[in-house]
Design a binder for this molecule. Structure first.
Ligand SMILES: Nc1ncnc2c1ncn2[C@@H]1O[C@H](COP(=O)(O)OP(=O)(O)OP(=O)(O)O)[C@@H](O)[C@H]1O
Length: 221
């Protein structure tokens, strides 16, 4: 990974797009301190990530790859545990169950849920405490169209309330609906941005990646 200069402002939704293996998940892991960079720094809320106090971490909501849930606990128990870990008001759990349309699954063990409903639990758990920084890796994975709508509204609402949102996706049209900026990643580097209102976004994206690959091959030759 090189040349990773990225900042998120309050109220901003930034979409991270790139082909499989481009480095989106790795960048998110670095941003959340799950991986340590060999060089460079990550800053959160104006301070170094490595020394961020618990109060800052409580304001973070993230979902990287697989939903973090206890399979033997029910949906409600998982959400309660996540709320308690963040010191959130327990009333957020019932609101999240309603928001993510999990009422019929609230008392079911998470291991017995469908993939899409497990994803809903993961997203509800990441967002229920109204975090000020949201980092979601391919959050629409396995969601049905109704779930995608809930996700879209949830992210817009969080950003409206002043949260900074970083979200990776392979669905360019979907992220273009909500993102203020679309950042393109290729071969472990950030190679530029796409204007969300661009028509034929996918074509422009592939062209950008193709040119970057060619430039890289030319440099390597
Ligand atoms: N800790 C690590 N050390 C070295 N290489 C790693 C590490 N973690 C991931 N990689 C490699 O970095 C590359 C980027 O992987 P990453 O999962 O970040 O891509 P991605 O853009 O999220 O892909 P996808 O769209 O398939 O989810 C892969 O080749 C992966 O094997």
């Amino acid at each position: 990974m090189h040349d990773l200069r990225l900042s998120l402002a309050p109220g901003e939704i930034v979409a991270l797009v790139g082909l499989n293996g481009a480095g989106k998940t790795t960048l998110m892991r670095l941003a959340l301190g799950m991986l340590r960079p060999q060089e460079g720094t990550v800053r959160i809320a104006g301070g170094d990530l490595a020394t961020a106090p618990a109060a800052v971490w409580r304001e973070v909501g993230h979902l990287i790859e697989v939903p973090l849930a206890y399979p033997e606990l029910t949906t409600r128990q998982n959400l309660r545990a996540a709320a308690a870990l963040r010191g959130a008001d327990p009333s957020c759990v019932e609101r999240a169950i309603t928001e993510w349309k999990l009422d019929g699954y609230a008392d079911r063990r998470v291991r017995r849920l469908s993939l899409g409903n497990r994803q809903r639990v993961g997203l509800a758990s990441a967002l229920q405490h109204a975090p000020r920084l949201v980092v979601l890796d391919e959050p629409s994975n396995a969601l049905d169209p109704a779930g995608v709508l809930v996700l879209r509204d949830a992210l817009l609402q969080r950003a409206d309330a002043g949260a900074a949102v970083l979200v990776s996706s392979h669905h360019l049209d979907e992220v273009a609906r909500i993102a203020h900026r679309i950042v393109v990643m290729n071969g472990g580097r950030l190679i530029g941005e796409l204007e969300p209102a661009t028509s034929e976004l996918e074509r422009v994206f592939f062209e950008r990646v193709r040119i970057d690959d060619e430039e890289r091959r030319a440099v390597a030759a």
